[in-house]
Ligand binder design. Structure first.
Ligand code: NI
Length: 150
């Protein structure tokens, strides 16, 4: 396992549309393992592959309920609205108030290639939407109503 360097705002890879994973190879498994290690090392709650310089549709999340690994995630349903503070490991020292759906339902592959359905609200819903935005080259500061230096 290894800890990746986290790419910061200004890097082109954060603004690219990430490509779907066609096949879950040993390199994808290694990517997931290392992304989780990187996430925990940085005390974050979510990390998308473009943030470690890999423009693929891979995300890891842990909001304190155990690791979630998402390959080729898609939002199936979203409802409600919630505005709360958000930050990003790629934009250190900045917090912003970002409107998000309050609840989401998504579909993604796990590391075994099995389809998983995940429903979330609160921090999990916010984190899922934030990480999926990374796969489109969107950063939270693009959507924030207000940002603060912290
Ligand atoms: Ni982020």
């Amino acid at each position: 396992m290894a800890i990746y360097q986290i790419v910061e705002i200004g890097a082109d890879v954060l603004r690219e549309k990430a490509v779907p994973v066609k096949e879950i190879t040993p390199n994808i498994i290694k990517l997931l393992d290392n992304m989780l290690e990187t996430l925990y090392d940085a005390n974050g709650v979510g990390l998308a592959a473009p943030q470690v310089g890999v423009p693929k549709r891979v995300v890891v999340i842990d909001v304190g309920e155990g690791p979630i690994e998402l390959i080729n995630p898609v939002i199936l349903e979203s409802e409600g609205e919630s505005i709360d503070d958000e930050g990003c490991l790629s934009i250190p020292g900045v917090t912003g108030q970002v409107p998000r759906a309050a609840r989401v339902k998504i579909e993604a592959l796990d590391r075994h290639g099995e389809k998983q359905i995940i429903e979330g609200e609160g921090l999990l819903a916010r984190c899922i939407q934030h990480e999926l935005d990374h796969l489109e080259g969107i950063l939270f500061v693009d959507k924030a109503r207000k940002t603060y230096r912290v």
